[in-house]
Design a protein around this ligand. Structure first.
Ligand code: TXE
Length: 407
């Protein structure tokens, strides 16, 4: 039904978020269908563990639904991220109370119509709309909602954790990121540039996985910067509802102001704006009051300045040269976040070595945002606690019980 309603859902998602129609149609909505399909079949293939204790006993583990799951999701990939919580939660037998971001309610509402048409029993999925501090906080505070899966900002994630701790709730937190994107001189530069433009500016840079700190080995630095800027300047910014648009609008004024603040800060910290840096003319009359900001490239910043430490969550990247592998691993790890990273090199030993030493929940090598729904997904440090995806999600939403039967 999600696939049947692809165009309706695509248009609603683009209107709510400002993302290009083409992105909602190829990424957001198809992934929502995949999420439901994946977990509907995953529960047909789970295995149960058993342990024989000498001649004493036979143990088996049952993983039972936990009860009512509270699912709170953000505005950047609304249906994509909400469905990724709903699907596993109900697949293993919980009921769910889901709260989408107040900024992007539409596809969650449309999902309700779809599940009603699919005859999901009333009460299994309950979508509540409203702002975080009241409706979101009511979910995290409610004593009967014993499992919370949250995706959003780190500051809010802390509030969610504080609300859940005294009630001993099981909590999964997918938070912010300040992801390193490392290009070694021996990389396939064409692939690294194409991949880096995507990881820098997809969804207007509003993806927690975006590679916002680009590090390039010095011997390749000038070529990379020149080609990266050239390729980025070809991205077509426009009306999100225009089929040709590749760069849409920022989700709201607050985020636009946040992006402008950090571009100003970067200049104060010694950065040089190589591309973008100021709000452009709106693409057309319909978008005259829209929140547009061009892909922005900043060089010349100190590695540990605020611009390189704090999450901007917009189409802004910094590019910094490095000389040694040790040095760039230290740069990558000198960060409060630990969500994702990309490493571009054709030296396999180096790929394994660097991947092992970077402290992020995901390390992509010679790619970005390649997603297999079976793998664990999530971050460490200020990027969150716990993992979503595959077996990790099925285990998060269930309560393991050991039954030990004497022989
Ligand atoms: O997230 P919030 P926002 C980052 C990004 C962005 C920042 C804030 O840097 O600038 O987070 O974005 C609900 N109790 N990310 O404002 O506030 C809220 O209603 C319970 C990264 O979107 O975290 C919404 O449904 N719930 C992120 C959800 O939390 C509360 C993607 C997320 O809102 C609440 C988006 C409370 N006290 C932003 N306060 C990622 N990891 O992908 C708010 N909410």
């Amino acid at each position: 039904m999600i696939e049947r309603d692809l165009e309706k859902l695509t248009r609603a998602e683009s209107i709510d978020t400002g993302k290009p129609l083409s992105l909602a149609r190829t990424l957001d909505i198809p992934r929502a269908a995949s999420n439901f399909r994946f977990f509907a079949t995953a529960i047909l293939h789970t295995e149960s563990e058993a342990h024989i204790t000498d001649n004493l006993a036979f143990n088996y583990t049952v993983r039972q639904p936990r009860g009512i799951a509270g699912l709170i999701s953000p505005w950047n990939l609304p249906l994509y991220l909400l469905s990724w919580k709903i699907a596993p939660a109900i697949a293993v037998g919980n009921t769910a109370i889901a709260k989408p971001s107040e900024l992007t309610p539409m596809t969650a509402y449309m999902l309700c119509e779809i599940v009603r048409e699919a005859e999901l029993p009333n009460g299994v999925l309950n979508v509540v709309h409203g702002a975080g501090p009241n409706v979101g906080a009511a979910i995290t505070a409610h004593p009967k909602i014993n499992t919370i899966s949250f995706t959003g900002g780190t500051l809010t994630g802390r509030k969610v954790a504080e609300a859940c701790a005294p009630l001993f709730k099981k909590v999964s937190l997918e938070l912010g990121g300040k992801n390193p994107n490392i290009i070694f001189a021996d990389a396939d530069l064409d692939a690294a540039i194409a991949g880096s433009v995507r990881s820098s500016f997809a969804n207007q840079g509003q993806v927690c996985l975006c590679g916002s700190r680009v590090f390039v080995e010095r011997s390749a630095y000038k070529d990379f910067v020149d080609c990266f800027i050239d390729k980025t300047s070809q991205l077509k910014m426009g009306d999100p509802l225009d089929e040709q648009t590749e760069q849409g609008a920022i989700v709201n004024k607050t985020q636009l102001e946040k992006i402008k603040f950090y571009v100003g800060l970067a200049q104060k910290e010694g950065g040089k704006i190589m591309l973008g840096g100021a709000a452009p003319q709106p693409p057309n009359e319909r978008c005259r009051a829209g929140y547009f900001f061009p892909p922005t490239v900043i060089t010349g910043l100190p590695v540990s300045c605020r611009t390189n430490r704090e999450e901007i969550f917009g189409p802004v990247v910094t590019i910094t040269p490095f000389d040694k592998e040790e040095e760039v691993i230290a740069y990558a790890n000198d960060c409060d976040y630990g969500l994702a990273s990309s490493v571009w090199t054709q030296n396999l030993n180096r790929a394994h070595r660097v991947a092992e030493r970077i402290n992020t929940g995901t390390v992509w090598v010679n790619c970005w945002l390649v997603r297999d729904l079976r793998v664990p997904f999530g971050g460490m440090k200020a990027s969150g606690v716990g993992r979503e995806g595959g077996e990790e999600a099925l285990r998060f939403f269930t309560e393991p019980k050991n039954v030990c039967i004497a022989k």
